[in-house]
Design a protein. Structure first.
Length: 267
């Protein structure tokens, strides 16, 4: 993975040029709150961005949480004041390197597997107990075999699983819904995952699950930072604990507005 954050700036500029061929570097500088001369310095390698300025730019470019995390760590890898901080940023970047075994879906294709039950089946197939048959899935997940076959066909169409000599196997160990704004299918997926979590409150003891919640005062302008932290935390759990085991667990994190934003009126 390249550690040059300028490539992300360049990609964002080129994407806007595709939409509007008359879009200029001056306009781009305006849209990310830089002066044209400062942008030219940065692009030309004669100046660097600070992490603070990078946070502002990431928000204005509407980078996805993971892309924003990469962008900021690329900046830290070059400009962080301490050598240990620069090394830590490079380490985080390396840990988030694209997984060649990860499928990426846009909002439209996500409809193929936009059901937590399909994802549960796919994840179950990574456990050592799975013997490659639909019957095994039906038995352990307490599902109808015909339901399982329907789910496997969808997962096969999405290129997450494949069948060879009558045996099913996983061919992609991770997937992402991409950087698109949430579609109705993605929102529906999260609703269903939340319902799984709600049912576990009454259906499972605290010895087999973890539940935590908080209500906090919050500066809404820092939402992008929280999104990045949550995305990094989730990926770190997958990297550190997402190995074959004896169970399938679900993680559903929600950070949502309960009231506000409330503007202070000066008299």
């Amino acid at each position: 993975m390249s550690i040059d954050y300028r490539e992300i700036l360049s990609d964002c500029f080129q994407q806007r040029r595709k939409t509007n061929p008359r879009y200029s570097l001056r306009a781009f500088a305006r849209d990310i709150s830089l002066s044209p001369s400062r942008l030219c310095e940065v692009i030309g390698g004669k100046g660097e961005l600070s992490r603070e300025k990078g946070s502002v730019i990431a928000k204005q470019l509407r980078l996805s949480p993971l892309k924003a995390a990469d962008f900021l760590d690329m900046i830290d890898a070059v400009t962080a004041p301490l050598s240990s901080e620069r090394k830590a940023a490079i380490g985080r970047l390396q840990k988030r390197k694209p997984n060649t075994n990860r499928k990426s879906f846009d909002a439209e294709n996500f409809k193929l597997i936009g059901n937590p039950m399909y994802v549960l089946i796919w994840t179950y197939m990574m456990l050592p107990v799975f013997d490659g048959t639909a019957e095994s899935i039906a038995k352990h997940l307490k599902l109808n075999v015909l339901e399982v076959f329907g789910a496997l066909r969808r997962l096969e169409s999405a290129k997450l699983v494949a069948r060879k000599s009558g045996s099913w196997r996983v061919i992609a160990s991770q997937f992402t819904s991409g950087d698109d704004q949430p579609s109705e299918s993605i929102r529906d997926y999260h609703r269903r995952m939340a319902e799984f979590g709600r049912k576990s409150i009454d259906g499972q003891s605290m010895s087999t699950r973890h539940l935590d919640s908080a209500v906090i005062p919050f500066d809404s302008t820092r939402l992008g930072e929280v999104q990045q932290r949550i995305a990094e935390f989730t990926q770190s759990l997958i990297d550190d604990y997402g190995c074959a085991g004896d169970s399938v667990y679900g993680l559903s994190l929600q950070f949502f507005r309960m009231v506000g934003p409330i503007r202070i009126q000066l008299s």
